[in-house]
Design a protein around this ligand. Structure first.
Ligand SMILES: *[C@@H]1O[C@H](CO)[C@@H](O)[C@H](O)[C@H]1NC(C)=O
Ligand SMILES: *[C@@H]1O[C@H](CO)[C@@H](O)[C@H](O)[C@H]1NC(C)=O
Ligand SMILES: *[C@@H]1O[C@H](CO)[C@@H](O)[C@H](O)[C@H]1NC(C)=O
Ligand SMILES: *[C@@H]1O[C@H](CO)[C@@H](O)[C@H](O)[C@H]1NC(C)=O
Ligand SMILES: *[C@@H]1O[C@H](CO)[C@@H](O)[C@H](O)[C@H]1NC(C)=O
Ligand SMILES: *[C@@H]1O[C@H](CO)[C@@H](O)[C@H](O)[C@H]1NC(C)=O
Ligand SMILES: *[C@@H]1O[C@H](CO)[C@@H](O)[C@H](O)[C@H]1NC(C)=O
Length: 472
């Protein structure tokens, strides 16, 4: 069920009566929280039998370090096998590593798929040999804000855990001051598809060994958000061996270009997050088959890239003065332009894109003469303008409309849709001249005698009504 319960089972303490309730079950969330982990927790754990998630919050396991841990008997194994718990969270607990190394194997009797350590302190070093050849059902393992994650940096531990780690699919080690990842670790994770290393201290130099040849061969999703990365091209060189990589998050690093690099990103890359990376221009090369590009929160003044596969483009919070040429993105469905210096949306281009259905351009200094206001209103009318309409769309110019909401600007047909006005005008003129010719002809015919007149007795009004009546 959990390190804690297994531990307690191992200690033979499950029978002990808790003096007061420590576990609280939330039925709607199927979530059980147990406070202050100790042997007294055991008596309350019965509360958690119907939970799919159990969180153990607070506690110090140091005093159990030297307890002898027996193998489980059949009854205990049956009990573990009948539990429905899928996720165990251990938060703010002091965990002696030696204890963890001894109880981890008991997870093999459970259906726990996810194990999370949050704000834990791991103490000492474990002897992991009991895990030799051991399979576990856990496929997702997370460490968040931990000091010295037990798996990091100890290759002895890794060889004992390899049977399990080979099957792990998701690993997160976040906010834990990780500054390097030895090459040997990556090659152990044969089927890992998601690796989250956000909020650590990884630098450009630590990436190359981490993603050395043969490391993480199945990796699809990689987050390096908020580390100490600086060189766009050395990141590219480090990850270019990841041939399955689809989603790379480099946001919140301070990236710069190294001009003389010919590195190519993996062709599999579809989602690329360069948000908040201090860019003043979009760096090249970009991955060739991108579908989602986030370059929001940068210092971009212009964007001149052409990626025909692109579906979502995030450009909010930059210094753009114009919308990039949308024709370069025929597949685009989402375009975010909030908080820029854009005065006008090229509405004819925007409305022509067949897939475009989610546009946001709040907080821009719009020029509300004609096309500016008209384009935005047309988009809004189609339901394509997202959050912020109408309250966050205001006019900066012309002076007469400064401070107005774009939605409130009257868009007169004559001033705006010139093409739309001129075409009917021509038709009308043509009709007029035709009518003139007809009148001329008629007057000539009448002069020669025998002129067409309405049937007698019918007033002009009746004639009019007859014309509008459906035929019988
Ligand atoms: C957990 O321990 C803290 C102090 O160590 C105490 O204040 C708190 O009431 C305990 N919580 C429960 C549910 O026993
Ligand atoms: C259970 O969780 C839901 C959703 O967070 C919350 O609204 C509800 O108050 C919780 N119930 C109890 C008994 O704490
Ligand atoms: C991180 O974990 C430590 C305990 O190791 C805790 O004191 C601290 O509050 C945690 N920080 C956050 C942001 O959760
Ligand atoms: C790794 O673990 C072994 C025991 O399995 C221990 O003897 C060794 O000191 C540990 N090494 C590090 C670097 O923690
Ligand atoms: C990082 O960016 C990816 C897209 O590359 C996104 O899916 C993920 O949610 C982002 N991470 C965070 C913590 O926002
Ligand atoms: C990019 O990462 C940031 C966090 O740094 C996140 O807020 C944003 O949603 C991500 N963008 C995408 C498109 O997932
Ligand atoms: C735009 O700026 C406003 C105010 O500075 C902020 O509240 C909002 O979150 C920003 N929007 C985006 C999408 O960055």
């Amino acid at each position: 069920m959990s390190v804690a319960v297994l531990l307690l089972l191992g200690l033979g303490l499950l029978e002990a009566e808790g003096r007061r309730n420590r576990c609280f079950f939330n039925r709607t969330q199927e979530y059980c929280t147990c406070y202050n982990l100790s042997e007294e927790t055991a008596g309350s754990l019965i509360q958690c039998l119907a939970a799919t998630v159990v969180e153990f919050r607070g506690g110090d396991l140091e005093k159990y370090m030297d307890f002898p841990i027996r193998d489980l008997d059949d009854a205990a194994i049956d009990t573990l096998g009948s539990l429905i718990i899928e996720k165990v969270i251990i938060s703010s607990v002091l965990v002696p590593e030696i204890l963890l190394a001894r109880v981890l194997r008991f997870f093999s009797y459970t259906h726990v798929k996810e194990l999370v350590f949050d704000s834990c302190v791991f103490q000492g070093t474990g002897d992991w040999h009991e895990m030799d050849g051991q399979r576990l059902p856990i496929f997702s393992l997370s460490f968040h804000n931990v000091t010295s994650a037990p798996l990091m940096g100890n290759e002895t531990a890794f060889s004992s855990l390899s049977t399990w780690l080979e099957t792990l699919q998701e690993l997160a080690v976040t906010s834990s001051q990780v500054s390097s990842l030895p090459c040997a670790i990556g090659s152990m994770f044969r089927v890992l598809h998601t690796l989250d290393l956000a909020h650590n201290s990884l630098g450009d130099r630590s990436l190359a060994p981490a993603f050395c040849k043969g490391a993480f061969p199945q990796l699809q999703v990689l987050s390096l958000q908020h580390n100490n990365l600086m060189s766009y091209h050395s990141v590219c060189e480090s990850v270019q061996r990841l041939q399955e990589l689809q989603d790379l998050n480099l946001s919140q690093n301070k990236l710069m270009a190294a001009p003389s690099s010919s590195c190519q990103w993996p062709a599999s890359l579809r989602i690329f997050n360069l948000s908040n990376t201090g860019l003043d221009k979009v760096l090249t090369p970009l991955p060739p088959n991108l579908e989602v590009l986030d370059v929001s929160h940068n210092h971009l003044r212009a964007v001149d890239i052409s990626i025909s596969s692109l579906k979502k483009l995030f450009l909010s919070q930059n210094f753009l003065q114009a919308v990039p040429s949308i024709r370069n993105y025929p597949m685009l469905d989402t375009l975010r332009l909030d908080n820029n210096s854009i005065t006008e949306l090229p509405w004819d281009e925007v409305t022509l894109l067949a897939h475009l259905q989610d546009v946001a351009a709040a907080n821009n200094p719009f020029d509300c003469s004609c096309s500016g206001a008209g384009g935005l209103q047309a988009l809004a009318a189609k339901g394509h303008l997202g959050q912020g309409w109408p309250q966050d769309y205001t006019c900066q110019s012309p002076p007469g409309y400064q401070g107005w909401r774009v939605a409130a600007v009257p868009v007169s047909v004559l001033r705006c849709h010139r093409a739309a006005v001129i075409a009917p005008l021509c038709v009308a003129l043509a009709l007029l001249s035709l009518a003139g010719a007809f009148l001329l002809l008629r007057s000539r015919l009448c002069h020669r005698g025998g002129c067409w007149t309405p049937p007698t007795g019918a007033s002009p009004r009746e004639l009019h009504e007859n014309a509008h009546r459906p035929p019988k």
